[in-house]
Design a protein around this ligand. Structure first.
Ligand code: GLN
Length: 470
């Protein structure tokens, strides 16, 4: 088995036909993590004994002829996900030794589907970041070029998939954190519709923005995992009773007659790198050749999105982080890192009496305008096509001391979180050896169409077949 190219689809077939066992698969991943992860920094905790005992259980079920969607499939879990009795740090030393007494709903869903939890992955502390460098532990590196960042904040999960340490990497996307690392690591990442996947048990960053998703090597794999994770949860009142379709069934359908919108504001901005623009336009041309009708659209409030995000998100962060006061989660000698402190101060200021109307309340109104931009555009077109990041993966250290430059990496992705709609990143080419992703944005609960478009594109281009060299 070649772990750098293996997909869930192939692994399921091989497990069922007894080509290899789940125990062999897990051992191979653990060996690979031990050999290569010191160069990459993807994992904070590897649960070797837990993974092996789950693999034994999976093998016993396979022997009995039991089939489940993810039976025997390894999953690397972002450290924001609560995992029962397995250390959960959120990438933050202030809760370094915390072991949750319960699983997040989505972790239970993975386990019920037969998946194997390999361990917990590194991330920007609390999800605050776009590069993976804000972890309180160590930065994660891009497996395509270790002098470059893998994208954040779900940095370790993306690297775990790209470097052949796992078949699924779980993530959260509050403003970029699944799509950016997926695009920087040549894998597929889905940011769900807000409320499609339960947040219960995933450590909150900004509750009205947080979405719970995952990264995989291919579109099929991604759709299959989504069938497991999506759906209402009585413990999360923001998950509506919208039926979960069989996402894998939309794959392979023709794109003829579908309409795609290209936001003029995204392509006219000076901030977009020439190489990224070219690769994105080529990808859009490919979709046109597959039968899509492409037209220019406008998202007129785009220029206010970052300001809106960086008032509302820190406000929610300052409220959510106030619970880590040493009472409930144990006191350590560590304090919040610089980025968390910056956001607590920004948010507390925006919410304080006298400033609330000028900042928080105004930003909430802008949020409505941005949401309406997407609603209006998506009345005319079926999907919106856009870059994920304005630049290819940047160098470690390049932006870490310039918060504003770092925040601007999210300029094409965070408006989607403000609007609450779904968006997917699919590999669409390279700048030299560095991967680039195409963003496909859709209507609320319209993930099926995003998978359909992405899979047609993937079938034609197969960028995912160019693995990292390790
Ligand atoms: N990069 C964004 C931020 O730092 C979003 C992070 C996320 O999606 N968790 O806020």
């Amino acid at each position: 088995m070649n772990l750098l190219t293996l997909t869930i689809k192939e692994a399921r077939r091989a497990l069922q036909s007894k080509e290899f066992s789940a125990v062999e698969l897990v051992r191979a991943y653990i060996d690979r993590i031990q050999t290569h992860d010191s160069k990459l920094g993807a994992f904070l905790t590897v649960d070797e004994s837990g993974a092996l005992s789950q693999a034994k259980r999976a093998d016993a079920q396979i022997a009995k002829g039991i089939t489940k969607k993810l039976l025997g499939i390894p999953v690397a879990c972002k450290d924001l996900y609560s995992t029962r009795a397995v250390r959960t740090t959120a990438g933050a030393k202030i809760i370094d030794t915390y072991k949750p007494p319960y699983n997040a709903t989505v972790v239970d869903r993975y386990l019920e589907a037969g998946a194997i939890l390999m361990g917990k992955t590194n991330e920007d502390a609390w999800g605050h970041g776009s590069s993976g460098e804000n972890s309180d532990y160590f930065p994660t590196r891009n497996p395509y070029d270790t002098t470059h960042v893998p994208g954040g904040s779900s940095s370790g999960s993306a690297v775990a998939v790209a470097a052949g340490f796992s078949l699924v990497g779980t993530g959260t996307d509050t403003g970029s954190s699944i799509r950016l690392p997926a695009s920087f690591c040549n894998i597929v990442g889905m940011k769900p519709t807000y409320g499609r996947v339960p947040r219960y048990g995933v450590i909150s960053m900004a509750s009205s923005f947080d979405t719970i998703g995952h990264m995989t090597r291919t579109v099929y794999d991604n759709a299959l995992v989504y069938e497991v994770t999506a759906g209402a949860d009585p413990r999360d009142a923001t998950t509506p009773q919208v039926p979960v379709p069989m996402y894998t069934e939309s794959l392979g359908k023709s794109l003829k007659g579908l309409r795609a919108g290209i936001p003029k504001e995204y392509f006219r901005s000076n901030g977009i790198d020439k190489g990224v623009r070219e690769v994105t336009m080529t990808a859009i041309g490919k979709l046109e050749s597959l039968g899509m009708r492409v037209e220019e659209i406008s998202l007129p409030h785009t220029e206010y999105a970052m300001a809106c995000y960086y008032v509302l998100v820190p406000s929610e962060i300052s409220s959510n982080l106030s619970r880590y006061d040493g009472v409930r989660f144990g006191a350590t000698r560590d304090t919040f890192g610089a980025e968390a402190k910056r956001r607590i101060m920004l948010g507390t200021h925006a919410l304080s009496a006298g400033y609330y109307d000028a900042f928080y309340h105004k930003a909430a109104k802008v949020r409505t305008l941005i949401k309406q931009d997407f609603e209006k555009a998506l009345e005319k077109v079926d999907v919106i096509l856009a870059p994920v990041s304005p630049t290819p993966p940047f160098k470690l250290g390049e932006k870490v001391n310039d918060p504003l430059a770092m925040y601007l990496s999210d300029i094409f992705v965070c408006p989607v979180n403000i609007a609450g709609v779904p968006a997917l990143s699919v590999p669409c080419g390279f700048a030299g050896i560095l991967p680039i992703g195409l963003q496909i944005i859709g209507k609320q609960f319209g993930e099926q169409l995003l998978y359909q478009v992405a899979s047609a594109y993937e079938n034609e281009t197969e960028w995912y077949k160019k693995p990292a060299i390790l």
